[in-house]
Design a binder for this molecule. Structure first.
Ligand code: KG4
Ligand code: ZN
Length: 338
């Protein structure tokens, strides 16, 4: 039993959330999308300054909507990496100051573990108490910064068995959306346009699909679309979007399935911003519909993109396992791995 305050500032969302006994009680996100839309991407210095402005009001709001005071929390969980250093520092230093003043234990949380546990957010109290029963599990983390296949053999024991060699899947969505003059961040806009298009119209490359490993590559797709649009500037943008989405989703689903079979996992988790994509959710579910397939758990739509509820959930798991720290041991690490 525990009450955890989660804090997340690894990229461009300032977020705080409260989890009590594995149940999300509040989840506040202040998005910087409008500011970064002007530059067509995240400017790290600007992101850090925005976090400084928002962090205290966001924490206050999360506590208030959970009807709590910080004194009532058992511990603080804060993202220590991976992410942008300036952004991470705002969250970590704020959490450290609060832990020091209120004499609370603190949990340095991995953003990627957050995306993994977001997949079980809705049944968290059940799953967190018997995690070992659903292992081995495979997690597909697909976001703007990451595309990773992670094998989970034991609780907190992760092995990255595949990852992108260049662009992340979300980055590919965003860069190609930019080529199609769609607003930032382009992923959801491209997905919306794709709904009206024919996904079989253009055959774009599926990077590394036939290679005997679980790695990904999406930069070739971006280049192929760039040259295609130069050659065919009048091509139907909905058809291009649908064909691009098809190429990305096919690779993600195929590699995930072959990794799941190879490692005989019982369950597949999917989280990260791109897991909001409806076509990806439908295709992966369809490919796993046989009763012999592993069970599939996807982050609820509201927890796919960056948030602090997933950080508080990961913190809760670690708190229950006795994995807490003192404020002076917490250090932001932009290149933290799983
Ligand atoms: O997890 P997230 O908020 O940030 C990172 O940790 O990177 O993911 C953001 C990414 C962006 O690239 C965004 O375009 C993508 O997720 N995304 C989508 C969709 N919704 C968000 N990509 C494709 N289809 C969507 N519906
Ligand atoms: Zn993320």
């Amino acid at each position: 039993m525990a009450t955890i305050l989660g804090i997340e500032t690894s990229c461009d969302e300032t977020a705080a959330a409260v989890v009590i006994n594995g149940v999300i009680k509040s989840n506040v996100v202040a998005s910087q999308i409008k500011i970064h839309a002007k530059t067509g991407g995240v400017v790290p210095e600007v992101a850090a300054r925005m976090h400084v402005e928002k962090i205290i009001p966001v924490i206050e709001k999360a506590l208030k909507s959970a009807k709590l005071k910080i004194e009532n929390c058992d511990a603080l969980a804060v993202t220590i990496g991976p992410g942008l250093l300036g952004s991470l520092l705002v969250g970590t230093e704020t959490a450290k100051a609060l832990a020091y003043v209120f004499k609370k234990p603190i949990i340095g949380t991995n953003h990627l573990e957050g995306h993994i546990v977001s997949a079980i957010a809705e049944q968290f109290p059940i799953f967190s108490s018997q995690f070992s029963k659903i292992l081995p599990a495979l997690a597909l983390i697909v976001s703007g910064g990451h595309t990773e296949l992670v094998l989970i053999k034991k609780l907190f024991d992760y092995e990255v068995i595949g990852q992108t060699q260049d662009d992340a899947a979300g980055e590919a969505f965003d860069k190609i959306a930019k080529l199609l003059s769609l607003p930032y961040p382009g992923g959801p806009h491209l997905a919306k346009l794709a709904e009206k298009g024919n996904s079989k119209m253009f055959n774009f490359p599926r990077g590394m699909i036939n290679e005997n490993n679980f790695d990904f590559s999406f930069s070739g797709l971006k280049t192929a679309v760039l040259y295609f649009l130069k050659k065919h500037p009048k091509a139907n943008r909905a058809d291009v979007s649908a064909s691009v989405q098809e190429a990305i989703v096919e690779v993600l689903v195929q590699k995930t399935l072959s990794a799941a079979r190879h490692h005989s996992v019982k369950i597949i988790f999917m989280g990260g911003g791109v897991s909001a994509n409806k076509y990806l959710r439908a295709q992966i579910a369809q490919s796993l519909r046989s009763h012999k397939s592993p069970k599939l758990m996807i982050a609820p739509q509201g927890l796919t993109t960056d948030n602090a509820a997933m950080i508080a959930l990961s913190g809760y798991l670690r708190f229950m396992a006795g994995k807490t720290d003192n404020w002076y041991n917490i250090k932001a690490n932009p290149s933290l791995g799983l």
